[in-house]
Write a protein that binds this ligand. Structure first.
Ligand code: ADP
Ligand code: MG
Length: 345
């Protein structure tokens, strides 16, 4: 009896150490998909934590390699080259993403439209370039999600306009954070966050406290050297658990047109092919990034009234919209903590 007691006691001691002393937060951040991808998780075994994080990062790179419009070998680039001529066979995964995009196009009356790229690909925000008026008007007819024909039985897609091009920039990052969370769940992780730029999803809580996700003040001051993460840019802090949140902002990718003084940014109105004015930031809360990501872009295009009406018509979502005067608008499900953000330079 006694001889067996020691190993049992020892075992208890070791497992106690493992759960209380060694368990900790692990996190990593990498530049993927043209943005910063972050993973934070709670784990007892550092080796499992390392494997889980690297599996999420590998998945992010795989998604980027498949659906980037900038990589000539991606499945998306192949579709953009070939779907104009005849139906192209696509993967089940791309089919699911295009199908979801078309759902949000119909739901938003065309405000969300992945064929925005027919015009959108002629913008280069880093170089400060935009399409000429003629080019924009010529290509406008190629922005129309109804000209994207998805055939689920034959697994093909075809474009019904010779200049039509698609870009998944408004939906792929939300899809990617969901994939990241699913992978962490396979590793039995129960407390984590995965983010890709403005799209985040939190799993569980922060062990007894909620996760706190900040919404940036679109016109807030940023510290030199670190324009993205300085504390004074955070306008609203949200305590969250088991939620996805996607923010679309006009401050992420933009330049100021030297002639007109207008802010030319990366969210385009499919009806005009021009950057949307009126709101500066839209955040959508909901169960999955695959929905909150396209919805945040759609609401940005629709503006406050029609955008909030769309959110109210779908169940399970909430919205926080900051307009160009700095006023904060909330969907009915939320209690407003902050009603205005400082716009002073
Ligand atoms: P972020 O890319 O910063 O997360 P969004 O989720 O709002 O922000 O996505 C903006 C991206 O969506 C743009 O960079 C572009 O790739 C794409 N996009 C722009 N306008 C539209 C639109 N009207 N419909 C669908 N996608 C769009
Ligand atoms: Mg979005």
């Amino acid at each position: 009896m006694f001889r067996h007691g020691l190993p049992v006691l020892l075992f208890c001691f070791i497992s106690l150490c493992a759960t209380s002393a060694f368990a900790e937060w692990f996190s990593d951040e990498q530049a993927i998909m043209g943005t910063s991808v972050g993973v934070t998780l709670w784990q007892e075994d550092p080796e499992i934590a390392r494997r889980a994080i690297s599996a999420v990062m590998a998945e992010m790179r795989r998604i980027d390699n498949s659906f980037s419009p900038y990589k000539p070998d991606s499945e998306l680039s192949r579709v953009n080259r070939e779907a104009i001529n005849s139906p192209v066979t696509i993967s089940g995964e791309l089919m699911t993403i295009i199908d979801k995009a078309l759902y949000f196009s119909r739901a938003s009356g065309g405000a969300f439209d992945i064929s925005f790229a027919s015009v959108g690909r002629h913008y280069d925000y880093r170089q400060g370039q935009q399409p000429s008026e003629n080019q924009r008007e010529d290509l406008l007819a190629a922005i129309d999600y109804r000209l994207i024909e998805l055939d689920k039985t034959s697994s093909t897609v075809s474009f019904k306009h010779p200049q039509l091009q698609i870009d998944l920039g408004g939906i792929a990052k939300g899809y990617a954070v969901d994939r990241g969370i699913a992978i962490l769940q396979q590793f039995d992780v129960t407390n984590a966050t995965v983010s890709a730029g403005g799209d985040s999803r939190v799993l569980g809580d922060r062990r007894g406290r909620p996760w706190v996700i900040g919404i940036k003040n679109p016109r807030g001051q940023s510290l030199a050297g670190d324009p993205s993460e300085s504390e004074d840019r955070v306008a609203i802090k949200l305590p969250l658990q088991d939620t996805a949140i996607s923010t679309s902002g006009d401050y992420e990718r933009f330049f100021i047109d030297q002639n007109s003084g207008e802010r030319i940014h990366h969210i385009l109105n499919p009806r005009t092919g021009k950057s949307v004015a009126g709101v500066t930031s839209v955040s959508i809360l909901g169960p999955r990034g695959f929905d909150t990501d396209p919805l945040s872009t759609a609401v940005f295009v629709l503006g406050i009234e029609r955008g909030l009406a769309l959110v109210a018509s779908l169940s399970g979502f909430d919205a926080i919209v900051i307009d160009s005067a700095g006023k904060v608008h909330y969907s009915d499900g939320l209690t407003p903590p902050v009603t205005e953000v400082d716009q002073s330079p």
